[in-house]
Design a protein around this ligand. Structure first.
Ligand code: GLA
Length: 432
């Protein structure tokens, strides 16, 4: 766990009405102070989905845990729902302490069969294996980092058959100038591409140095938009003056959606669904089933990578149902890759929406407040789309409502997001 006191307050909700923001443009157009580079590995055309060891287990990981996680995800339907990346976070390395004093090796006690054997096991079951390192002498949890060895380590990861790398500069470079962070990220990105092995690249810089403005040009497929998430839906302020809860993350993402799209995604951090305040690693007291469901719905509609952070070997039925809802996952994996933006806000309620590749509209009616609220959505006023007659598929009940030719009003419970897919009535009649 890191304990940096870096700030960033959640955006306060204005008690005003904001209607009908335009869809954001899909063509992102960023200029980076790095300037001349513009490289891509062509991967992650939709947000990566899978599991990561950190949120539940911290660095207490081993071969048995990873294999049994793979087995569980094969059996409980998570793999078939699309969660294929199984990512080891910090703690797989043999040595605590800096790279100056130690080589980068797999811990032979935690992983006696080695990393290649684990990747082979994952691949044999239809999964991909992810690993973690960072550009510092040490990683965040104090293990040997990759400083000065990007090329050598990229080759090592490729030789093991690794498919995803979280490259974490949060601790080693948190006060470094932007140019230095850009350089170390670019070094690893280029080194990975040079191996000719497909490795999804996560440039993890905890939402600092305007990482969203330049990481895509450097070939990164995802980057964190904030400091670590805690196991909370809405903690007052920032826990330990550092952590962000679910609503904080959503607020942080709202003004930077234009940087997210196919191949390069704003990452709202790993999921907390199912942690129930029992993590060995994360702070936080947990959230209710409904809050976790809202969290999953919102991460999906804003196109965050979806990396489950709980112990998937012991998921309760409700959490499993939450994580395997195909209609919700379809919002996240839509090929158009458009993240939802806030279209309207009234008091503590918000309407998020985005266009889908089939021209339907994905909608979240989010109640952030602590009292049940009526939310009214008018297609023309709130979404600036010319839908006169429409139907709404409720993505949690599966029921289609309408057709409507007037604004739609629904009661939304505290911390609930009602999720819909809206179709023009003609299109709905054809069953599309
Ligand atoms: C940082 C990251 C976390 C995790 C740890 C590992 O805190 O933000 O997601 O990777 O490092 O030490």
């Amino acid at each position: 766990m890191i304990n940096l006191v870096h700030f960033v307050a959640a955006t306060a909700l204005l008690p005003t009405l904001i209607y009908g923001q335009k869809w954001h443009k899909r063509d992102w157009n960023v200029t980076s102070s790095g300037g001349s580079v513009n490289i891509t590995n062509g991967l992650a055309q939709t947000p990566p989905m899978g599991w990561s060891s950190w949120n539940m287990f911290g660095d207490d990981i081993n071969e048995e845990l990873i294999k049994s996680t793979i087995d569980a995800m094969e059996k409980n339907g998570l793999r078939d729902a699309g969660f294929v990346y199984v990512n080891l976070d910090d703690g797989w390395q043999r040595y605590k302490g800096g790279r100056k004093d130690h080589p980068l090796e797999v811990d032979p006690v935690k992983f006696p069969s080695g990393m290649k054997a684990l990747a082979d096991y994952a691949h044999s079951k239809g999964f991909k294996l992810g690993i973690y390192s960072g550009p510092g002498d040490e990683t965040c949890a104090g293990y040997t980092g990759s400083e000065g060895h990007a090329e050598e380590d990229a080759k090592l990861f490729a030789s093991w058959g690794i498919d995803h790398l979280k490259y974490d500069s949060c601790c080693s470079h948190h006060t470094a100038p932007k140019e230095e962070v850009q350089k170390v990220m670019l070094d690893m990105s280029q080194a990975l591409i040079a191996t000719n092995h497909s490795v999804v690249f996560h440039a993890c810089h905890c939402g600092w140095a305007d990482v969203w403005e330049w990481a895509a040009e450097e070939g990164a497929n995802q980057w964190r938009i904030g400091q670590d998430i805690s196991d909370d839906f809405n903690y007052p302020g920032n826990r330990e003056k550092y952590y962000f809860d679910v609503l904080d993350m959503l607020d942080r993402g709202n003004n930077i959606t234009q940087y997210s799209g196919p191949g390069h995604w704003n990452d709202y951090d790993m999921l907390i669904v199912g942690l129930n305040g029992e993590s060995k690693q994360l702070v936080g007291t947990g959230a209710s089933n409904l809050e976790y469901r809202t969290h999953f719905s919102m991460w999906s509609i804003v196109n965050s990578p979806l990396l489950i952070g709980s112990d998937v070997r012991n998921l309760d039925a409700y959490s499993l149902q939450t994580l395997t809802n195909k209609d919700i996952i379809a919002l996240n994996q839509d090929p158009l890759g458009q993240p939802a933006t806030v279209q309207a806000q009234v008091g503590e309620t918000q309407i998020y929406a985005k266009e889908m590749s089939d021209k339907s509209i994905a909608i979240a009616l989010l109640n952030r407040g602590s009292a049940t609220a009526d939310i009214t959505m008018s297609p023309r006023r709130d979404l600036t789309v010319p839908f006169d007659v429409y139907t709404l598929k409720d993505l949690w009940t599966g029921k289609t409502r309408g057709p409507y030719d007037i604004p739609f009003t629904v009661e939304v419970r505290p911390h609930e997001a009602k999720m819909y897919r809206m179709y023009l009535v003609e299109a709905a009649a054809k069953g599309t």
